[in-house]
Design a protein around this ligand. Structure first.
Ligand code: ZN
Length: 570
């Protein structure tokens, strides 16, 4: 059983949640919660809503406590607008529950909600996230919340009075502090985060926290016109012209307004930990109002609920804007392994924002991750870094799949780039990286190889891809001076006996030293560095027709000795 050690933010929240759970109901299963609305593609930015309670729940399980991570699918929310790229005819479904809207054309799923839930469920499984998914459609339409709904209707004046305090504050005070979205992904996350803009139940006939879906058109364009506490008879009209009287004691087609629904569920599930995004945490927001409603009306407790900052994306938003989309967790898992993605969340406190790299930055991120793994292996990692690493590579249920031979991501990306995805050539290059311990099968480098391949083919712009020359640059070769010819001769003379990543690295740096009359292991001077840069630029121009490219030793291995000779032979 792990011991509380205050090593990182996850540990500190776990301490707090366990203490609070013991105070409320000793020995009972501890409940952490998330909520997601499948109103469209579930963006990578929304993953923090799940990762934050996941990490805390996982730490609690590691300590030997029973803990469930409830994931509420807000699939009984109304369909609010037709996203870009979808047939405008879907506008006829605006106002229906997400589970009553047909899936986009061509989808194998039965409804809009199922269509957008499915890829998220697959991504969460790949990330090792264990959760108990709850469909709010299933809950509401089965009558599971009957008592809570009747109770909220009975208490509607008190609820209205609480909401009124915030309505006044909203008007009188300065506007709620809203951060400016950092990028498209964040803007989409704000937009997708449900009911912040939903009406709270005020109507001409009084305040009603319950909104029926119309029995004729299924939409929520309804207005409650009267309610009788004795008989539970509720009358409503709809903009479609339909009106009826139902008995709320047996009616299952409607839901509590968001600001009442959320605290009702805190009480119903016994939630001890549920974070929320900044849009839900400002004054007058659902989390603040919900706290007062759950305490004063439902007689329950508000969860421990840290506000989490937005997670941005670097790189992909630009590239995918033609598709009108922002990346999903599934998109991220195509270019990075699950442990790396977990690590990005584990190492940052929820209130710290960060960006997930789809651009060149991913190579640096992977270098950092590999460096951490080496520190963990040799026992020099700091406690907080060690904790983040442990949370990334596995869960209480066990370790996540890893790559047996974790070749640096940037090396794999270069190899794939130069080999243009050809598996035979890729294996030849990988085998040559370290002849003393050669890679014998591509599988040894998977799944990292597949992620790097996907990154190169989908995220690296064509103009940045490497294209090795087919024929020597005769004009450039003919224009070279004696010193340049000599440098190429020294390189070609050495390549056969230096045919590994490490030895080629030594060789390319030593050629300018030998030319300057220095030993191969001489310390670099400023003059020497200039000479090395010029030499490297010459090699790039002759090999790939540009001034830069993948790291030279990787490039030479990838091009192959025969072709290197052909292209550099002055
Ligand atoms: Zn209607």
């Amino acid at each position: 059983m792990a011991v509380s050690s205050e090593t990182d933010w996850v540990s500190r929240f776990a301490d707090e949640v366990i203490a609070e759970a013991e105070r409320r109901a000793p020995g009972k299963t501890i409940v952490c919660a998330s909520g997601l609305s499948p109103s469209g593609p579930i963006h990578l930015g929304n993953l923090r809503e799940v990762m934050t309670p996941h990490l805390v729940a996982d730490e609690i399980r590691r300590r030997g406590y029973e803990c469930v991570h409830v994931l509420s699918w807000d699939d009984y929310d109304r369909f609010r607008k037709v996203p870009a790229g979808i047939d405008p005819a879907w506008a006829e479904h605006i106002g229906k529950p997400l589970t009553s809207v047909p899936a986009p054309p061509g989808s194998p799923y039965a409804s809009w909600a199922e269509h957008f839930k499915a890829p998220m469920i697959a991504a969460l499984a790949e990330m090792g996230i264990e959760f108990h998914g709850i469909s709010q459609t299933e809950r509401y339409t089965s009558g599971a919340y009957r008592e809570q709904i009747l109770f909220a209707m009975r208490e509607r004046e008190r609820i209205d009075a609480i909401l009124a305090q915030y309505r006044t504050k909203d008007k009188g005070a300065s506007p709620a502090p809203r951060q400016t979205p950092v990028d498209e992904a964040e803007a989409a996350a704000v937009e997708g985060s449900g009911a912040a803009t939903e009406d709270d139940g005020s109507a001409a006939a009084g305040y009603f926290p319950y909104k029926p879906y119309c029995s004729a058109c299924e939409r929520d364009l309804t207005t409650v016109t009267s309610y009788d506490d004795e008989t539970t008879e509720l009358a409503y009209t709809c903009v479609c012209g339909f009106s009826e009287v139902v008995r709320l004691s047996e009616h299952n087609r409607g839901k509590l307004v968001w600001k009442v629904d959320w605290p009702m569920r805190w009480q119903y599930e016994g939630v001890v930990f549920e974070p929320s995004g900044v849009d839900h945490s400002s004054p007058g927001s659902s989390f603040i109002v919900g706290g007062q409603i759950v305490r004063d009306v439902f007689g329950g407790d508000q969860p421990i609920g840290p506000m989490y900052a937005f997670v941005g994306i670097s790189g992909m938003a630009k590239m995918s804007s033609s598709k009108g989309g922002v990346p999903t967790p599934a998109d991220a898992l195509e270019i990075m392994e699950a442990p790396l993605l977990r690590w990005l969340y584990a190492r940052r406190k929820p209130n710290q924002s960060f960006k997930i790299a789809f651009d060149q930055e991913i190579q640096r991120l992977y270098d950092e991750w590999d460096a951490l793994a080496r520190k963990v292996a040799d026992g020099t990692a700091l406690p907080a870094d060690l904790a983040a690493h442990a949370r990334a590579i596995g869960t209480a249920a066990g370790p996540l799949p890893t790559t047996p031979r974790p070749v640096p991501y940037r090396t794999l990306a270069s190899v794939v780039d130069v080999a243009a995805g050809d598996p035979e050539q890729t294996l030849r290059i990988l085998r040559d990286l370290d002849p003393a311990d050669p890679i014998e099968s591509l599988d040894e480098t998977r799944p990292r190889l597949d992620r790097a391949t996907h990154w190169v083919t989908t995220q690296v712009p064509v103009e940045q891809r490497t294209r090795v020359r087919d024929e020597p640059d005769a004009e450039l070769l003919a224009s070279l001076g004696d010193a340049e010819r000599e440098s190429l001769r020294l390189l070609l003379e050495g390549i056969d006996e230096h045919w590994s990543l490490e030895a080629l690295t030594t060789l390319v740096y030593s050629v300018p030293k030998l030319q300057a009359g220095l030993p191969a292991d001489a310390k670099p001077t400023p003059e020497l560095k200039v000479a090395q840069r010029e030499f490297f630029a010459l090699l790039y121009r002759l090999l790939v027709g540009r001034d830069t490219g993948p790291r030279l030793p990787t490039l030479l291995l990838a091009v192959g000795a025969g072709r290197v000779r052909k292209l550099l032979d002055a």
